[in-house]
Design a protein around this ligand. Structure first.
Ligand code: ZN
Length: 449
């Protein structure tokens, strides 16, 4: 599944209609949840059927396309089934009983209720919601795929506008050469990770850097009178700041994950539950900042694409064990160096990374079951859902050259080529300028983009 995203351009009243649709989706989802709570033995299909009942009962539900109604009901089901799953797995503590939603930001159509124009630059929503024709702006080319391959169309509201996402069904797998490398990763707070070769990737402190701006924006919001117009404006600014940071975070995670997966046949990492760690408030910011969660999901995704092995191992004791002789060397969090009687002296994280690799290789634990789908990140926040979706940095070169070949006009390709080249150069600079990444990248530079 590939997800292409375009910014939607239209009139204010059209976006009001989108808002209306988003509200309806939330209404149906919550109603379906209520239905499940009040009745016994309700399954997915009952909820689907119930969405039709709602349409008869409430005229505004009837305005939304029938399949969009169903997918709203499915949202309720996904919350319910996650709760069931947690109960079945006997997860300690809270099981995540489904909650009523109040901050929905998207509406999902399936294969009906919308139509692309023949030049694929406009999309028209054909249900009674009254959204109408929206212009699509983005760098992706939909010409490359058949309309039948588009399985879902989503309208997403973000701080800086409305976006249209197309979920395209393609099996994405790429053949890459075997590298002969295996690597273990230890996540740190100070560093993003330390690998089993002792290479350290620094933390991109986007959040810390952007924090001052955020704090300022936050202060501005709280100073304004509640409900006033100025507060609304300040909120918009705050939202945009957050959006920027989350985009930077995603960008970093995707690029690094791709790089790690391409340079190694086998990657072992700790099976950390971010949820548990975030409970510790001091660590929370650093962990979120480190965007490790996203990184892991993307590694597992790229692992599938490139046919690499990703292994999550239990992390307990990896920092205490000696990676050369196996004795337990007790140390507190503040001890940064591992010193063993056998003469092994390593950085604490380097030692842990080596342990993680050997555990991974010896057990071949569960391979990437935790973040099965990219959508699994849905529980983070509504904004993130869209941000994480696999809108890949995939082979830009290949794709744009195909797109170029398809273009008939003479001037357009040349200009495009120039722009593309410039952009790629900038991108390469960006990646290579970070010294550590370039170390990993070095032998595979040509394969990266
Ligand atoms: Zn030792």
């Amino acid at each position: 599944m590939l997800i292409f995203e375009f910014k939607a351009h239209g009139k204010k009243q059209q976006f009001n209609a989108v808002d209306e649709a988003i509200r309806t989706v939330q209404f149906i989802r919550n109603k379906a949840l209520r239905f499940w709570m009040d009745n016994e033995k309700v399954n997915k299909f009952d909820l689907n059927k119930y969405s039709a009942v709602l349409a008869k009962e409430f005229p505004f539900c009837d305005e939304l396309n029938s399949m969009a109604r169903q997918s709203s009901a499915e949202r309720a089901w996904s919350a319910i089934s996650r709760f069931y799953d947690n109960c079945r797995k006997k997860i300690l503590g809270k099981k995540g009983f489904p909650q009523f939603q109040k901050n929905n930001r998207s509406v999902e159509y399936k294969t009906s209720g919308w139509k692309l124009t023949s030049d694929r630059k406009y999309i028209t929503f054909t249900d009674k919601q009254g959204i109408g024709k929206l212009k699509l702006k983005g760098t992706r080319d939909l010409h490359f795929y058949q309309p039948t391959q588009i399985k879902r169309v989503r309208l997403v509201k973000r701080a800086d506008g409305y976006y249209v996402q197309f979920c395209i069904q393609v099996d994405r797998s790429e053949v890459v050469e075997v590298t002969g490398n295996a690597i273990g990763l230890d996540v740190g707070l100070k560093e993003f990770y330390t690998d089993s070769n002792g290479v350290v990737v620094e933390n991109p402190r986007f959040l810390r850097k952007g924090e001052r701006g955020l704090r300022k924006a936050q202060r501005r919001v709280s100073k304004r009178v509640k409900g006033s117009e100025n507060r609304g404006k300040a909120r918009v600014i705050l939202g945009k700041r957050h959006l920027k940071i989350s985009r930077q975070r995603k960008d970093f995670a995707v690029k690094l994950a791709r790089c790690v997966i391409q340079s190694n046949d086998c990657v072992a990492y700790e099976d950390l539950r971010i949820k548990n760690m975030v409970k510790n408030h001091c660590l929370a910011k650093s962990i979120n900042d480190a965007s490790w969660y996203m990184f892991r999901i993307w590694m597992e995704y790229f692992g599938k694409v490139f046919g690499r092995i990703t292994i999550a191992v239990t992390a307990s004791g990896t920092s205490q064990e000696c990676s050369s002789c196996g004795t337990i060397v007790k140390k507190s969090l503040s001890t940064r160096t591992h010193v063993c009687q056998c003469g092994c002296v390593l950085d604490r994280d380097h030692n842990a990374a080596r342990n993680i690799l050997s555990r991974g290789l010896s057990t071949v634990g569960h391979t990437g079951t935790w973040g099965k789908t990219i959508n699994a990140c849905g529980e983070l926040t509504a904004t993130l859902v869209g941000v994480i979706l696999p809108e890949q940095v995939d082979s830009m070169n290949q794709e744009s050259s195909v797109a170029l070949a398809l273009r008939v006009s003479i001037n357009e390709p040349r200009r495009r080529k120039e722009r593309e080249g410039k952009r790629q150069e900038e991108r390469k600079k960006l990646i290579i300028s970070s010294p550590v990444i370039s170390e990993i990248l070095h032998p595979f530079q040509s394969a990266f983009y």
